[in-house]
Design a protein around this ligand. Structure first.
Ligand code: EPU
Length: 342
């Protein structure tokens, strides 16, 4: 039997986006079973509506009421689906909370994802921007995902190559942007685990604990401590993590900037280019801790824009544009937003 489609109307989204923006969806459906996607596809009026797939709402800036159908993914379940000589495969449904999933893997003796602890959002959104932190990114452990294609009504599997992961980027931000709904994600977790302490602040944190040979759980605890210290908790102050990507520039551009600004923070990339620390660029423009009405640049981390309460999406966008313009004027570098702006 086809599942019921309990569509709700004029549905408030304030608690469903971590910026806490108070807007509405014209139509809203909570998706607890992937079969609902198939049922939707069979209803032309619903199929052809503008659609917004919402997970944890942690990488989203809503600047207006959404005129179409919001699909709020709420499917649950995590299972070990197989293993080979090198990996254990774990499949999580898209509506699982990311951090809870990471903790589940650690509690089941399956290390690998610990550096990605406490990233807000849901499992299904994680591949879209290839979430990353503290020297790891999702692509390092991604094996495959199942997607429902809203244009063809088919469910198919994508492997790592199909997803074309790059820095905060994937095929889901390009060709598949408007048609793929991620149903579940399978991770390949290593049987032979090694601690990843490339990010020096993490290594220092563990050294401060006096831990010599950290376990994955130790690393998770250290990541949680560092994140909690530096980044605002979206449950307390509305935010979407880093608002801009770290810009990538040529070696020539970086050298010119370094001559002018000797304390410039940059990281060399495998292809000879350099990634600049956007937080540093923004701080140098004097924005750290500044506010424009209820919208602000976080006082502990200039890459994070915050809603101190009652800011609209437009207020935040105005602030973001001002920050972007100032960085462009001072450094000649373009900052690109990380969240999806609607
Ligand atoms: N910095 C400043 N001023 C600031 C903020 C940062 O000078 O106000 C400097 C720091 O001192 C550091 C450098 O900028 O030398 C980089 O800062 P940080 O290590 O905090 O990392 P980030 O590059 O700002 C990225 C990710 C974060 C991730 C951290 C840790 C992006 C856009 N952001 O931030 O991811 O947690 O690295 O790995 O790549 C997210 O994507 O939402 C996110 C929080």
């Amino acid at each position: 039997m086809a599942p019921r489609l309990d569509i709700l109307h004029n549905y408030p989204l304030r608690t469903l986006n971590t910026f806490g923006i108070d807007v509405q969806a014209a139509h809203y459906l909570q998706v607890t079973d992937p079969a609902q996607l198939d049922a939707l596809y069979r209803e032309p009026a619903l199929r052809d509506m503008p659609r917004l797939v919402l997970g944890g709402g942690s990488n989203l800036l809503l600047t207006r009421d959404f005129p179409g159908l919001v699909l709020h993914i709420a499917t649950r379940g995590v299972v070990v689906t197989g293993e080979d000589e090198q990996h254990v495969f774990v499949t999580a449904q898209a509506g699982e909370n990311w951090h809870a999933f990471v903790q589940w893997t650690l509690a089941h003796g399956l290390p690998g994802l610990e550096n990605l602890s406490l990233i807000p959002g849901y499992v299904g959104a994680a591949p879209i921007q290839n979430i990353g932190a503290y020297g790891s990114e999702l692509a390092d452990y991604f094996y495959a995902c199942e997607v429902f294609d809203c244009h063809t009504g088919e469910t198919r599997s994508l492997n790592k190559q199909d997803c074309r992961f790059a820095y905060r980027d994937s095929v889901f931000k390009h060709e598949l942007r408007d048609c793929a709904v991620i149903i579940n994600v399978t991770f390949a977790l290593p049987r032979k685990w090694q601690a990843n302490l490339r990010y020096s602040e993490l290594a220092n944190e563990l050294a401060n604990y006096g831990v010599q040979a950290p376990t994955a759980s130790d690393i998770s605890q250290a990541v949680i401590a560092v994140r909690t210290r530096k980044l605002p908790d979206p449950a307390k102050i509305g935010n979407a993590g880093s608002f801009f990507k770290n810009p990538v520039v040529t070696a020539e551009q970086r050298d010119t900037l370094l001559t002018k600004y000797p304390s410039l923070i940059s990281y060399s990339q495998a292809n000879g280019s350099y990634k600049l620390a956007a937080g540093w660029l923004i701080e140098q423009c004097g924005w750290k801790g500044k506010t424009m009405g209820a919208a602000g640049v976080h006082a502990q981390h200039a890459l994070v824009l915050v809603n101190y309460g009652g800011a609209s999406g437009e207020d935040l966008l105005r602030l973001a544009n001002q920050v972007r313009d100032d960085v462009l004027e001072k450094f000649g570098v373009v900052l690109e937003p990380e969240p999806l702006i609607i």
